[in-house]
Design a protein around this ligand. Structure first.
Ligand code: SF4
Length: 502
């Protein structure tokens, strides 16, 4: 099977991005797909709420301190990455693991394929790994004549449907069970059903023999422990454990940033990861692997290989952007993001979507290639608030925007707009005047449009379906709510008076 050149987004075929990447085509398709928005919106809202509930219930007031500590430890490890990498490699090799280093995706896949060829591998079972998505491993394996099967249920469904993941933790968040049923019927020749338990059972039966037959298992890695040379993978389906312990060869693709100093810190990260990812107290299977099977072990692979993948990470490691590498891929920022909920993960045109993708992809792949991504945010700050390792995503979005414009707007209209905006922010009276005038203007338009009655004086709000000039883009896709006649400042002054009166 050759490399896919397009993905199917609920019936719409969309080509893989030509660079420089333009988000508009995909975002426009996604915003018109109300079904897609419904799945993504409801799933992410639910995850976001369960994350909040779980973090509140477990950590209470200490949650912020926990995030600070988790962020600081990741930052410390990144600041001393050369030291911790050396310590990890020494410990892993002492435990019998073969450690490889890959500069880029091509080299990472080549290392894996060389092992497969040497060991005469015909079938490979694979657990979920974002790094192998980066390197496009499955496609390269298939080109080399090796059958490679995704075993994470979501990834398995995407592979059947020739589709790509759209979320870090829930790769098929953009699909509903009817489309899964259709894919199973078409690709596996089973009768159509949309019952989740039956579908899961079909997948389980299909995969069970594959684990037994496969000579190689490929995984990613959630953490690497520098002190013991261990690899940690966290899954909720148990497929990761089968992939890494049943076949005789285990190959793990892991980004160099996944190190933490040692096992003393692991429980804290496991707690934060599971709560932030799906709002559960703990991931079901937390698998710590230190080398291949020992003589008195009941099971495990005969060979264990870890491929430490750079693929642009040393570029991100520069001090200005290093903080981005703290990411533990929990997906909480995606679930919290109002823009991701509207446009879904495929719109971002890269393996990493959502707020973290909007900052990481331009640095990994070149800002000139992904110059739209830093703008795919309302800068509301929900991503920063959700992040368990406190990556200040909004700060980087603004920095990348600054870098893109180089301190100078090309368009005259932009220059005028920001000049006026800057002036109005310098003096309270100009700011107030601007707010007052825009509120009056919008309410007048809403009255003209008949959505606001002339008598609706204070709190009633109308809708404007078209505004002229540069703001027309906003109303092209949605109506604009008018501000209430009694603005925040008036409300505040009255409120203060009331408090003083009491
Ligand atoms: S940036 Fe933070 S919230 Fe987003 S995936 Fe990474 S760790 Fe999770």
């Amino acid at each position: 099977m050759s490399k896919p050149t397009a993905l199917t987004l609920e019936g719409h075929e969309i080509l893989f991005p030509a660079l420089p990447y333009d988000i508009n085509q995909r975002a426009a398709a996604a915003t018109q797909d109300s079904e897609l928005q419904n799945f993504v919106n409801s799933a992410t809202l639910l995850r976001d709420q369960t994350r909040r509930d779980q973090c509140e219930a477990t950590f209470g007031e200490d949650y912020d301190k926990m995030r600070t500590l988790a962020g600081q430890i990741k930052q410390h490890t990144l600041d001393h990455l050369d030291y911790y990498l050396e310590q990890f490699i020494d410990a892993a090799e002492a435990a019998g693991t073969t450690v490889h280093f890959a500069v880029d995706a091509v080299e990472a896949n080549k290392i894996c394929l060389d092992i497969a060829k040497r060991e005469n591998v015909k079938l490979c079972v694979k657990s979920k790994s974002m790094v192998t998505e980066e390197t496009n491993l499955v496609s390269d394996m298939e080109d080399a004549g090796i059958e490679a099967i995704e075993t994470d249920l979501g990834e398995f469904i995407l592979q059947l449907d020739h589709d790509a993941p759209s979320h870090l933790v829930t790769p098929m968040i953009h699909k509903n069970r009817e489309s899964v049923g259709r894919a199973f019927e078409r690709e596996l020749g089973v009768p159509y059903t949309d019952d989740p338990q039956t579908l899961t059972q079909i997948a389980r039966e299909h995969l069970r023999d594959k684990y037994q037959q496969a000579e190689m298992g490929v995984s990613g890695g959630n953490f690497m422990l520098a002190d013991s040379g261990s690899l940690v993978i966290c899954t909720n389906e148990g497929n990761g454990r089968l992939c890494t312990s049943v076949p005789r060869i285990h190959v793990a693709f892991v980004g160099i940033e996944k190190l933490i100093p040692g096992r003393a810190w692991l429980p804290m990260y496991l707690k934060l990861l599971s709560r932030s990812a799906i709002g559960s107290p703990i991931t079901v299977y937390n698998h710590v692997m230190t080398g291949p099977k020992k003589t008195d072990d009941a099971d495990g692979p005969e060979q264990m290989h870890i491929i430490l993948v750079d693929n642009g990470r040393t570029e991100v490691l520069k001090p200005e952007t290093r903080e981005m590498l703290r990411c533990i891929r929990c997906g909480a920022c995606l679930n919290a993001c109002p823009v991701y909920r509207k446009i879904g993960g495929h719109s971002y045109g890269s393996v990493y979507s959502g707020p973290i993708g909007a900052i990481l992809t331009p640095v990994l792949k070149g800002l000139a290639n992904y110059k739209d991504l830093p703008y795919v945010s309302s800068l509301c700050g929900a991503c920063y608030e959700a992040c368990p390792v406190k990556i200040n995503i909004p700060k980087y979005l603004v920095k990348l925007r600054e870098e893109l414009i180089g301190g100078h707007f090309d368009k005259l209209i932009d220059r005028i707009f920001f000049k006026v905006w800057t002036m109005s922010l310098k003096f309270p009276w100009t700011y107030r005047l601007g707010g007052w005038a825009s509120a009056r203007g919008l309410r007048a338009r809403a009255k003209l449009a008949g959505t606001l009655k002339p008598g609706d004086r204070f709190t009633a709000r109308g809708w404007v379906s078209h505004v002229p000039g540069p703001a027309a883009g906003w109303t092209a896709k949605r109506d604009l709510a008018t501000p209430p006649a009694k603005g925040f400042r008036t409300w505040w002054d009255e409120h203060q008076k009331d408090k003083g009166g009491n």
